[in-house]
Ligand binder design. Structure first.
Ligand code: C5P
Length: 220
């Protein structure tokens, strides 16, 4: 199996409140996107395509290895992955899509995703259980029901796919459609998505508190 890594890194990171795109924000002196690319490479995924904001190509090139392919991303995560997929090397028969915003994903998680693909799964995502009681609310914030958390999971990345499965699902997706992640894209095409264990260390950096926690984790 020859897997290519796709890293969508074209988000602005408004919720982080940084002075630059979130993927370029440093964690222990290394840009978030570099952490994610290094994790893929340490897991044996050598070919990596990164989707970046169109006006930041030089800034991303400055923090990434020279052999990482850069493509201009889109207005949504879905559009950014679509652009990177189009630039993936022909030889790759599997694709791992990994958020730039998950710098501390352990290589074990990547290995579990690759293992499921090697075992024949067409699509696989790392997940964690939901530990809090989980409810639905109405427009006024009043609780309308409780969800059975035993059946719920939090989905992380990298998400793994047989390449033809992901490519076909993106081909079927109407232009401009925006879905939460790539598992949702293949599910929309009727593909079953399996799960492997995720890891709390693979948390996504979204708000300043997440970055503070990540700084503490690498300092330990
Ligand atoms: O905003 P959020 O953290 O959910 O974004 C998840 C990932 O998708 C990030 O790595 C972000 O850079 C990427 N993204 C993108 N293109 C966009 C929006 C988000 O590549 N237009």
């Amino acid at each position: 199996m020859h897997a290519v890594g796709i890293v969508p890194a074209a988000g602005s990171g408004l919720r982080l409140g940084a002075d630059r795109p979130k993927a370029l924000v440093p964690l222990a002196g290394r840009a978030l996107v570099r952490w994610s690319v290094d994790t893929l490479r340490a897991s044996g995924v050598g070919d990596v395509v990164v989707a970046v904001p169109g006006d930041e190509l030089a800034a991303f090139a400055a923090v990434l290895p020279a052999d990482v392919r850069l493509v201009v991303g889109g207005a949504t995560r879905t559009a950014s992955v679509r652009a990177a997929l189009a630039a993936a090397p022909e030889a790759a028969d599997a694709v791992l899509v990994h958020d730039a915003a998950r710098p501390l994903t352990p290589t074990d998680v990547v290995a579990r995703v690759l293992g499921a693909l090697a075992g024949g799964a067409p699509a696989v995502v790392p997940v964690l259980p939901v530990v809090d009681a989980t409810v639905s609310v109405d427009g006024d914030g009043v609780v309308t029901g409780a969800l059975p958390r035993e059946t719920l999971r939090r989905v992380q990345t990298p998400q793994g796919f047989a390449r033809p499965v992901l490519a076909d699902a993106y081909d079927r997706l109407p232009p401009g459609a925006e879905l939460a992640d790539d598992a949702a894209v293949v599910r929309a095409a009727g593909v079953p998505v399996s799960t492997v264990a995720g890891d709390e260390r693979s948390a996504k950096v979204t708000v300043p508190h997440d970055l503070a926690l990540a700084e503490l984790a690498v300092a330990r």
